[in-house]
Design a protein around this ligand. Sequence first.
Ligand code: SF4
Ligand code: SF4
Length: 424
Amino acid sequence: MSIAPSPADLSQCVHCGLCLQNCPTYLQTGYEAESPRGRIHLMQALGDGRVEASEAYRQHLELCLVCRNCEGVCPSGVHFGRIMEAGRAQLYERASLSPRERLFRRLAFHELLPHRARLRAMFGALMIYQRTGLQRLVRASGLLPAPLAEAESLLPDLPAPFEPRWEVMTAEPPLRYRVGLFTGCVMPLVYGPVHAATLRVLRHNGCEVHIPRSQVCCGALNVHGGERQTAAALARQNLRAFLGRGLDAIVVNSAGCGATMKEYADLLGADDPDVQEFTGLVRDVTEFLADIELVPPSLAVRTRITLQESCHLVHAQRIKAAPRDLLARLPGVELLDMAHPDLCCGSAGLYMLTEREMSMRILDDKMSEIAATGAQTIVTANPGCMMQLQRGVARAGLKLDVRHVIELIDDAYGAHAGGRQALV
Ligand code: SF4
Ligand code: SF4
């Protein structure tokens, strides 16, 4: 089946240009073809046969972060994310890719991301590489070719992976909710402590937490890369893993994963009752906690923070108040806003690797805004943003922590004051 942006979606754009000043790539280049309106125009032209899927066409589409900032400000309600995902699928169907690009896509989208065991083995090897001192030797030797060295430098020090002992973890009494915890593909291996903090906070709030071992990657990176068929297979597997457990919610602590999971209807069809049930249950962890009667956090965290509002939380899921509401309840936390907390940090999944130059330009501007706040800690709600901001801190030579919202809540419940670590 051939995939293309739907003419109905494309025709919703009235070309008013109100989105332009909110598009990070347009702000950097000033080119119409690097704006939401310009990209929509290009996709319409490809559909009408007025342009071809040339190298230039491809660059304009690939330079989009799919941050969806344009969606939030569009008066016509253009579904830009959906348009761009279909536009990419159409592009890769038509464009001729080099053998290297084909290999990269095959490895990332088919051989690694969908397979948790392979990822675990790969990150296990990387942990040995980091902990034996091999990493220092390799870095000092300068042997790695530039793109590989860049990817390697992005990797934070790997903690022990998140491997909960049981599939169902009991609540701290009284039992109030039964929830699923979505763990994702790479996150348990790179940011396991964020999952551990999420699990502790949920249990402390009376949640029995189901962590199905049969769950898989949400498919977000595949969707953004135009690989919709693999993404649909992953989505189906997640439906099987989570449905039928009598859950009140499926809690997600990665904004990018949550946005994709809430939109599984675009991949699997809106009429399927299983899809309706599943998407109706998905909640970002901040959304879930802000909606329940939260056990009041009582320990002072004592830090000045600034909040990077992850694009897939604020623009795709339209959740702005929840993280702020939760952070305001933490004793000792002072929030110092940067000038544009809702503007992308340049992470955007694999973009930080594949579009390095633009990613760095956007990141450097972001770090200047952050430095101006005087904050000690950058707080966000998405693992990709955490990785990119850690890279930004190192590039700018700043002394700042980068943490997930849920980690601060966990601190305020005393996770590091002794006694609660044993819960996981
Ligand atoms: S995407 Fe929306 S805001 Fe941007 S030009 Fe089209 S209608 Fe206007
Ligand atoms: S998704 Fe982000 S980068 Fe892409 S056109 Fe919209 S605002 Fe620009």
